[in-house]
Write a protein that binds this ligand. Structure first.
Ligand code: GTP
Ligand code: MG
Length: 201
């Protein structure tokens, strides 16, 4: 899919202020610093559309971006960043849970995981939470530029083995590097296909 336009619409923690749920929507979540905002910039081809940082905890709000005037990409705050979450929800803040459970136009949550790491408990808990809430999700492995081909293959095999202890099958997975612009076509094709099943409810 060609991206002809990508623009910021609104940031907030109040789901009532999100855009009307009349277009297909995809949200990016995952541990702080995993590369959610960078991936949005890579996919849209705009370096500074979503704010990124080498320090975890950069994205703090629900950020809507309108793509091709036809669908939304949503950048969410990360989870698992100790400094933010102490007295708040164990997994993530309530407004994120509200967003994920009530957004009727959300077709898929992309859960980003660092390709260098084995399955993390917090990600496993998030997958289970999604399943319990009937929220469809896919996995995007990030930062694959940081691994040699063989290391990547080994990590993916180990990750899959871990997942299949808890799941009957793997969800859709994507291999990406925002640094090297890898995985862009695969993610955008998936979105293009998924857009076709969108119905306003
Ligand atoms: P929070 O908003 O804090 O939750 O983080 P985030 O998940 O949005 O991560 P962000 O996109 O801000 O990136 C975090 C750091 O990882 C930055 O220093 C990025 O440059 C770096 N990074 C992101 N993607 C890649 C990648 O594909 N390869 C490499 N090498 N670095 C990356
Ligand atoms: Mg971010």
């Amino acid at each position: 899919m060609k991206i002809s336009s990508a623009r910021f619409i609104i940031s907030n923690t109040d789901i009532r202020k999100c855009p009307k749920p009349v277009l297909p929507e995809y949200a990016f979540i995952g541990r702080s610093n995993v590369g959610k905002s960078s991936l949005i910039n890579m996919l849209t081809g705009q370096r500074d559309l979503a704010k990124t940082s080498a320090k975890p905890g950069k994205t703090q709000l629900i950020n809507h971006f309108l793509i091709n005037e036809k669908w939304y990409l949503v950048d969410l705050p990360g989870y698992g960043y100790a400094k933010v979450s102490k007295e708040k929800s164990a997994l993530f803040e309530k407004f994120i849970a509200d967003y994920l459970t009530t957004r009727t136009n959300l077709l898929c949550v992309f859960v980003l995981v660092d390709a260098r790491l084995p399955l993390q408990q917090i990600d496993r808990e998030f997958f289970e939470w999604c399943a319990k809430k009937d929220i469809p999700f896919s996995i995007i492995f990030t930062k694959i530029d940081k691994l040699k081909k063989q290391e990547l293959e080994n990590n993916l095999a180990a990750f899959e083995t871990q997942m299949l202890r808890f799941w009957e099958e793997m969800p859709a997975t994507f291999l990406t590097s925002s640094e090297k612009k890898l995985g862009r076509d695969e993610v955008l094709s998936f979105i293009e296909e998924t857009n076709k099943i969108f119905r306003i409810v």
